[in-house]
Design a protein around this ligand. Sequence first.
Ligand SMILES: Cc1ncc(COP(=O)(O)O)c(C=O)c1O
Length: 298
Amino acid sequence: MDVSEPLVYIDGKFYPKSEAKISVYDHGLLYGDGVFEGIRVYDGVVFLLKEHIDRLYNSAKFIKLNIPISKEEMMAAVIETVKRNRAKNSYIRLLVTRGVGDLGLDPRKCSRASIIIIVEQIQLVGGAAKEKGISAIIASTRRDSVSATTHEVKSLNYLNSILAKLEANEAGADMAIMLDSRGFVSEAEAANIFIVRNGTIATPPTTAGILDGVTRRRIIKLIRELGMEVVERDITPFELITAEEVFLTGTGAEILPVTKINGIQIGDGVPGPITRKVMQEFEKLVKSGKEGVRVQFD
Ligand SMILES: Cc1ncc(COP(=O)(O)O)c(C=O)c1O
């Protein structure tokens, strides 16, 4: 065992990355049957941990996936994994799969869900993208409907996002923005979306096929704390393209200005004043270390 390797938690035990393996009969692999969270650690604080854990358990509830440990035990497992990896600034991937079954899709054949926690120091989105903004396309792939495999469940099945990402790659754009089944703006492949139009901030509601992002919720609260208004409402593709400012939010993306969509410049083509203000205030919030759970390293 190479002690420099990251340690991965699987069902209560720790394995070096190269030995962290699960069964090929796990329905997480066979059918994308499972749920997950992506969580950041900033300077030893697991950012908004409780909110992520709550969402994980709600996602599991919706797909009748019984997580074999309590929320408190799950938080303790996350903290322990961060601690063992001495991962002060990192990204956590927490997965709960349906577990091992047979080749049929019936979840009843899977007797116990598996819990996997991976913690890695990874660079998610570069600083240049934050300063200059990114380009996006409106993908032709629509977001799954809320009456189908709704994205309110953060499930292991990301093909919908991947199809959109392939379109973005093909078009040479950084990200894909997807419309919901009705044709309204939904979200990007792995981030929520906000626009500033006529000075007012708006973001699509949960009825628009989005994942209700933990960052999105915190940003809505932050905007209100700053004395500005933000509304959750349906947004048309026209309103998106003709907005003064557009930005994305997510655990991976943090806050990312979008300055071009479908080859059309957004606003002045640079991150706008409201986007920059929200970015600065979010950074302050993260640096305060007050929003989340602090890990005590020995
Ligand atoms: C589809 C999708 N939407 C939105 C988000 C942002 O959610 P959060 O802020 O909880 O990370 C993600 C995060 O990965 C995502 O995958």
